[in-house]
Design a protein around this ligand. Sequence first.
Ligand code: EAX
Length: 326
Amino acid sequence: YFGLIRGAAMTGVAVAALTAGAAQAQTVMRINVSMPQDGHHGIAIDTFAEQVESLTDGRYQIETFYAGSLGAERESIEGVQLGTLELTFTSTGPVPNFVPELSILDIPFLFRDYEHARGVLDSEIGDELLGRFEAHGIKGLAWADNGFRHMTNDIRPIASPSDLDGLKMRTMESPVHIAAYREFGILPTPMAFPEVFAALQQGVVDGQENPLSVIESNNFDEVQQYLSMTGHVFSPCVFLMNLDMWNQLSEEDQGHFVTAAQAGAEANRARVDADEETAIESMRADGMEIIEDVDRDIFIEALAAVNAQFEEQFGAEEVAAIRDWQ
Ligand code: EAX
């Protein structure tokens, strides 16, 4: 009985392969981002698309979509899980809705700097975390960067956590962020990214937090007076693919997709580095007031209670393995 079923399934696969071969079919897949094309997400998927096409000699064509035109990040991950979208490149903000334990990466002040964050994500720890998507119908192809997050608002300059008291800030849909920001005295308002500019403009929220690359490429300086270099959270990005579609690729093509995603991550990180060099001066020239001198230790101290809670939730050893990574 089982032999028969297996036989039948193999016939199905063989027929599909023959059909594809006979037609010299080109498979078209889509990938999207919530950011504009000219930016650190756009360059990631543009590079990925180019690389997939060239490594597979055009057997796979990747169509690229920008600025949330195929949906916000949470909807996109859902699409990839269901198979209504083949691929997405997203920040990990909405990821805990799908793979809760990946929220460990959202813990504030977990990473010292870019070298630390990239080192962990590219290490065995990062590989193991990337593998966690598979139990949820998603293949994680490669980690990349969104960047270190900083706070902007339109009410007052923020130099210490007491300045945050009562500020209404848009946050990502991450329970860890929400718990930590509450501890700062912020009133967190989770919201999908494509709605943020209008919410800031109309004063629905007082502020938001994002990496410099995001703040600048989305012109948040036009609707926010103050930027504080809090660097309170490192925000990863990740290339995701529908798991069934991944499983349908030949082993060789799987290798090409991973190589292409890694090339996309490299281009993305180079753009993040470039933005870190230029964004502050350019936004200051546009009239934004930038508070660079932020004492991060006071912010870290303010999170002592919630950090203990995170260690309980994710395991003190797991948190320490990331925090103390050299
Ligand atoms: O992916 O939602 C966010 O604030 C993200 O940082 C942004 O969409 C970039």
